[in-house]
Ligand binder design. Structure first.
Ligand code: NAY
Length: 287
């Protein structure tokens, strides 16, 4: 189970290495297998490549000696930036890469395929494809996903879509690949169909909860999995009111982790995000 790591920013919205370390220190105590660095939860779509390179270094320096697995997300709208991020991740000692499909323009299936082919060949690191229609604007066709998972160095997929039928079909067609599920609030539902793990935003705060959900599924204790998943759902329900990342940062403030704001234009959807987070975190089940 991996936290899709958040990014520490200064009050003025600059990448802030100390605030990044504050976040890392908290997340590293959650008992998770690793960190997914520079993904959607890290506001990567709002950061510059230089900031993402700096973040890779800061996170590696703090986590390398802890035995934590590190996946660098390097998916940028253009291949050159993605390769630059991938090569630095390899040089630093990251364990794997992951990438959103090229986005910002309506790229064809062949352009998407060409992007992953070149990225997979650019380093020796294992690569995890990323299906997230919410960010890219379109689901990738099943046949394209099957072909992508056949590429050399591609070891699996982070599947962040509610289309669980497509998820099962893909697992059936690619039984030897790794499947990480990306919607925290329905992780147990995907777990019923078989996962190798999860990667999510709310794991930053509630990592132990998701480790327990995963263990319950693996132990076929469905009642326990359901009960624990409901705790996640209660939290995510409030998060959707506040805005996911602004709400997560509000939650971190509430528990005393100084992480800064989200980068403009991303902003809380409500004026009382901190209060709403304080209230949900005070409920006995959410710890
Ligand atoms: C990442 O950083 O790439 C992700 O965290 C993706 C997974 C998240 N999905 C989105 C669309 O942001 O963790 C989920 C999501 O925040 C959570 O399930 C709440 O909906």
């Amino acid at each position: 189970m991996y936290a899709a790591l958040m990014t520490g920013l200064s009050d003025a919205g600059e990448f802030d290495p100390q605030r990044q370390r504050n976040i890392n220190d908290y997340v590293l105590r959650q008992g998770l297998a690793g960190l997914y660095v520079g993904g959607s939860s890290g506001e990567s779509g709002l950061l510059t490549v230089d900031e993402l390179l700096a973040q890779q270094e800061v996170v590696f320096a703090g986590a390398a000696s802890t035995g934590t697995r590190l996946i660098a997300h390097v998916g940028m709208p253009n291949l050159r930036d993605s390769i630059r991020l991938a090569r630095q991740a390899q040089k630093l000692g990251y364990h794997a890469l992951s990438a959103l499909p090229p986005h910002s323009y309506p790229f064809s299936d062949e352009e998407v395929f060409g992007y992953y082919q070149a990225l997979a060949a650019a380093t020796e690191l294992p690569l995890i494809v990323y299906e997230i229609p919410l960010r890219t604007g379109r689901p990738l066709p099943l046949d394209l996903l099957v072909r992508l998972l056949d590429l050399g160095n591609v070891v699996g997929i982070k599947f962040t879509s509610t289309d669980l039928f497509k998820y099962s079909l893909l697992r059936k067609r690619q039984p030897d690949k790794l499947f990480y599920y990306g919607f925290d609030e329905i992780y147990a539902a995907a777990g019923m169909l078989g996962t190798d793990g999860g990667i999510g935003t709310t794991y930053n705060l509630l990592g132990r909860l998701y480790v327990a959900v995963d263990q319950a599924i693996r132990a076929a204790d469905l009642e326990r999995a359901k009960t624990l998943q409901m705790v996640s759902q209660d939290f995510v329900e409030v998060l959707l009111e506040t805005g996911v990342l602004p709400g997560m940062k509000a939650a971190f403030r509430v528990i005393g982790v100084d992480c800064g704001p989200t980068r403009a234009p991303m902003a809380p959807a409500v004026a009382d995000a901190d209060d709403r987070m304080r209230a949900v975190l005070a409920r006995p089940a959410v710890k």
